[in-house]
Design a protein around this ligand. Sequence first.
Ligand SMILES: [Zn+2]
Ligand SMILES: [Zn+2]
Length: 366
Amino acid sequence: MKSRAAVFHGAGQPLEVREIDLDEPGPRDVLVRMAAVGICGTELHSIRGEWVRPTPSVLGHEGAGVVEAVGDAVTSVKPGDEVVLSWAPSCGDCADCRRGRPAACINLHRAIGNGTLVDGTTGMTLEGETLYRGTATGCLQELITVTERVALPLGGGVTLEEAALLGCAAMTGVGAVLFAARTEPGEVVLVIGAGGVGQFCVQGARIAGAEVIVVVDPLEARLELASELGATHTTDPDGLKALMKEVAPDGADRALDVVGNPETSALALRFTRSGGTCVIVGIPATGERLDLDFGEFNRREKFLTGTMYGSEDPAVALPILLDHLRAGRLRLRELLGQIFPLEQVNEAIERSLAGEPGRMLVLPGA
Ligand SMILES: [Zn+2]
Ligand SMILES: [Zn+2]
């Protein structure tokens, strides 16, 4: 089978749109025609060369589309169904999978590092050579084969452009606040970094009933969007200390570092109240380390944790997000940025690298 894909050859090189070959779907596979794919911040790590993964590869792990065909053993979806892809095609068998955390699956993370699916294959070739999969997915292409478990039915009521965001940014950001930080009504939530995922953290905090939602970002346009989506207070990094002194002098009940570097994580932990929870949401470049003060833990009894893909099984979290969406509590449209056909994928990436507000979307079928 043929597909048209944006092929990544390595950092500093533009993606190249090529015709590629796909293996025939197996009995438990689903063939999906991709309608919309978001350019996620973690893609940019590969593009900037901060992560080194096998190439050539097809990037893209946040997308929605329509089921084209299914294997004989597939029961959860049928041709014509609209689906969003989960990027956690986990093994289903390890300790993390058994406790309902497929995104923490050891075999998934090995596969992501190797640019493959969990079974070590990729199911895609370019001129007879192996074509690797970004984030065990690789959906920046027209057609993709995935296992049944990760083609999650949408059930209507959401456009496929909006639904793409459910596949990574919304799941990650809302989940970080609800399932990792376990935010309670009336609490103070601090969100550091108001890119795509950060804006969903803001919405998660509003959905959880937080009373004070403080958002920090150097870009004014992002702060304005955060205010529309539920932030009660916003500031640039220089103003954070004074603002926290004014609105939450004891610190935040829940502080989220959505940037994911040593400085922003230290900042989030510092502004977490005694006994409060600090969650690292953003993913750092390979090799980064944290330098921690013992006093934050022994004297001040803070909790520090991280989250991957919203800390819930995507198959469990998606219906929760869809409920919030249909009730008008979760807003996706405001998060959409510009839309590009597959041929202009490099422009979408450049806009993302520039930090322009809104998720850049690529429509592989356009
Ligand atoms: Zn992502
Ligand atoms: Zn597993």
